[in-house]
Each structure stands twice: as C-alpha cells, then as structure tokens.
Design a protein around this ligand. Structure first.
Ligand code: HEC
Length: 204
C-alpha cells in the first residue's frame, strides 16, 4: 500500500513536470490563457488602424517634407557627389557669385587655413608645428588643373594624409570653398595684365 502511494505520487510528479515543460515548445494555436495581463494588452495605435485622431484617419504620419533618413542614399547629382557619371565634374555646379566666394572665404579660413594657410600655399600652423605633415600647395599648377569635382572629392573623403571634411563642411560650403580656392589660385598667378592700366604705376 505504501509502495503504491509512492508510485502514484511519482507518476503525478512526472505528469506535472510534463505539463509544465510542455509549455516550452510546440506551436500554440489557441489564444493563451493569461492570468496576469501585465503589459501584453495596452492602449496603442496600430500602424494600419484608425483612431480618428488625425483628419486623414491614418495613425502613421508622413515625415516632414525634405526629411532624409540617416544613412539613406542621397540623390545622385553633381552637387551631391561631384561626379558626372564616371568623371569628376569639371565645373562648380553652383553658380559662382560674389556671395558664394565670400561664403567660401569664410569657410576656407575656418576649415582649410590651419593647414593650407590663408593663401592656400600650405604653410599653415599645423605643418609649422608638425613639419612631417605637409599639405599640398593649392596654387600649384597640378591643383589649378584639377577638376572642381576632384577637389570636392578631396574635401569630402580626404586623400592620403589629408583627413576628410564631409562631417565638418556641408555640401554647399564645399562648393563655396572650391570657388574661393580658384580665387586664391588666380591671385597667386596674377600678372601685371590683371592690374588696371591706371594703377600699374603705383606698383613700380
Ligand atoms: C589637417 C590639415 C588639413 C586641413 C585642415 C585641410 N587639408 Fe588639404 N591637405 C592636407 C595634407 C596633409 C595634404 C597632402 C596630402 C598628401 O598628398 O598626402 C592635403 C592636400 C590637399 C589637396 C591636394 C590633394 C592632392 O591630390 O594632392 C587639396 C585639393 C586640399 N588638400 C584641399 C583642402 C581644402 C579645400 C581644405 C578645407 C576644406 C583642406 N584641404 C583642409 C591637410 C589638410
């Protein structure tokens, strides 16, 4: 009798264990029996549902106009990429005006002059203190010949020992800087013919 009781108890225990453990696998097709609801059900807006909260009846809202998701691809234009197909754009896609040049001067003096100096010749404070780190002379023929899109690429992504400036300098400012670099180059290669006739005497 005592033995049967013990077996029955063990059987019950096994059954209980089976019951409890069976919850761990298998696909449950019926709605679960929930004793405490906790946070399983709560008031919320369903993506596809309607609440009448907004006039158009939708719960999901459109993002504000001109919103660009982080990391989303930008439009493939010369302005954004500096490229025209496989080639660098030759000419600044932004119309060059006095205002653009002034904007570029301001940005150049802020972001580029520490290394390239204010004349673009590459004798800024950084290379003076770190002589092993020499920037390019932006008035060199090599850079004068460079397509505007290539300079855009250098500012955006950096090149060799020059760090990228895409995070500090927004796209529009990069084109402004390029317009100003052209001004510096022009100034560096000025000749007597650039000086108005009546002012030439003052130079000599
Ligand atoms: C932290 C210093 C530093 C700053 C700031 C800097 N540059 Fe440079 N830049 C360099 C160095 C160094 C090189 C030379 C890279 C090499 O050839 O290794 C260089 C090279 C260049 C070149 C020539 C690339 C080539 O193909 O030889 C251009 C163009 C240029 N920089 C433009 C700019 C412009 C425009 C800015 C401002 C947005 C700027 N840099 C800011 C350090 C700097």
């Amino acid at each position: 009798m005592k033995f049967a009781k013990k077996t029955a108890f063990l059987l019950l225990l096994m059954l209980a264990a089976m019951f409890v453990l069976s919850a761990c696998n298998g696909i449950q097709r019926d709605p679960p029996i929930i004793v405490w609801w906790d946070m399983k059900r709560q008031p919320k807006f369903r993506t596809e549902g309607e609440t009448g909260l907004f006039a158009d009846g939708r719960n999901t809202r459109y993002p504000p106009e001109d919103t660009v998701a982080q990391g989303s691809p930008i439009e493939d234009t010369a302005f954004n990429t500096g490229m025209d197909g496989e080639m660098y754009v030759g000419k600044n896609p932004v119309p060059v005006t006095a205002a653009l040049i002034h904007q570029g001067q301001f940005r150049f003096n802020t972001y580029c002059s520490p290394c390239h100096d204010r004349t673009g010749q590459g004798k800024g404070l950084v290379p003076q203190h770190a002589p092993q780190w020499q920037p390019a002379n932006l008035t060199d023929d090599r850079i004068v010949q460079m397509a505007d899109g290539e300079i855009f690429n250098v500012i955006t992504n950096g090149r060799r020992t020059m760090p990228p400036y895409k995070y500090q300098v927004v796209t529009a400012d990069r084109w402004a800087i390029i317009a100003y670099v052209r001004v510096l180059e022009r100034a560096a290669h000025g000749t007597i013919d650039d000086v108005p006739q009546e002012q030439r005497a003052e130079l000599k």
